[in-house]
Design a protein. Sequence first.
Length: 117
Amino acid sequence: MLIIGTDYFLYPVFGWIMFVAIFYWILTLFFLIIYMTMTYTRIPQVPWTTVGLYFNGSALLLYLIAAISEACAVTKEPDYHNYNSWAISSFFAFVVASCYGGNTYFTFVSWRSRTLQ
């Protein structure tokens, strides 16, 4: 929201960040609905822990790339009002990447315990 409220379309790196943010937001909502409605119990052919591991791992990787590229693209120009929005959105991109990293770890532990059985 902090990026979309500015003129992000002038910088290609912010387009990439918008793609990653919106893409994983939609996928996260999709998986949330699947888990809330317990649809995963009706489709036992799908290895859900493996799917979750790949999803969280890819989200971690792409969010980390987006956060690093956003942090590198933020520059302080004297009379440019978007600096604060872009700087705090860079911070939140790292926070989201760390959340996906923690979720990747816990999904890996769950996946590992299922494969050892």
